[in-house]
Design a protein around this ligand. Structure first.
Ligand SMILES: Nc1ncnc2c1ncn2[C@@H]1O[C@H](COP(=O)(O)OP(=O)(O)OP(=O)(O)O)[C@@H](O)[C@H]1O
Length: 217
């Protein structure tokens, strides 16, 4: 993977600028934790990254997850690769999924601890289960860099750590917006702290402890 860059980028809602100007380079193999208080601009920055990097293999796991409640877990995860198949194959999968796809998706669900939910409708899942389905869809998409907005916020401690581990081990690079600072430091190689729409901290994770990030809040 080549480095991905943002240069002098700004983002505004109407007339109000909420981000930037901001420059940032994501090197191959880097796993960035994006931290900062609510409203600092993390989601806006992730959306900007996705807009600029989607053609270079970026996958987005948004805060609101974007699952279809009336479709099964299997079909929601399958959607991670919709654009790689022909329309007729996608249509056929809706009615009669292929064994190979079922096996691949079941294996992913297994690593995330929800294998038993493969054929449950997403609308019938708990918040934490839905979040793991969205994680499975991002993993199935298998992009070059994962951009995720609070990917484990609905999970308890051990589950959150398990999902974080799978995400950063599977994706070659990532930028994950996180509120849990201990988890952020544990599963990242670099921390970018956002304050008032600007980068206030940019450090390797091993040089930081959670207390160093409190100035952002
Ligand atoms: N659709 C919108 N219209 C207008 N302003 C918005 C919109 N979305 C976000 N903002 C503003 O942009 C700023 C940055 O919001 P953003 O959602 O990026 O913050 P965040 O750091 O992701 O917050 P959180 O941790 O609560 O998700 C905030 O001041 C917010 O009020």
């Amino acid at each position: 993977m080549q480095a991905l860059t943002l240069k002098g980028e700004v983002a505004a809602y109407g007339e109000v600028r909420v981000l930037g100007p901001l420059s940032l380079t994501l090197a191959p193999g880097e796993h960035v934790a994006l931290v900062g208080k609510s409203g600092a601009g993390k989601s806006t920055l992730l959306a900007l990254m996705y807009d600029r990097w989607r053609d270079q293999g970026a996958a987005l796991m948004p805060q609101e997850l974007g699952l279809v409640p009336t479709l099964s877990v299997f079909h929601n995860v399958y959607m991670g690769r919709l654009d790689r198949h022909s329309w007729w194959r996608n249509l056929l999968t809706l009615v009669r999924p292929r064994h190979r796809d079922i096996a691949a998706i079941s294996a992913l669900l297994e690593t995330l601890g929800i294998a038993d939910k493969c054929w449950t409708l997403c609308g019938e899942l708990s918040g934490g289960q839905r979040q793991r389905v969205a994680a499975a869809r991002s993993l199935y998409q298998a992009g070059r860099v994962l951009l995720a907005d609070e990917p484990v916020s609905a999970l308890d401690g051990p589950q959150a750590a398990q999902v974080m581990e799978v995400l950063v081990e599977t994706y070659p690079a990532s930028v994950l917006a996180m509120h849990d600072l201990e988890l952020a430091l544990r599963f990242s190689s670099r921390v970018v702290g956002i304050q008032g729409g600007e980068i206030a901290i940019d450090q390797p994770s091993h040089r930081l402890v959670a207390a160093d990030l409190m100035s952002l809040y």
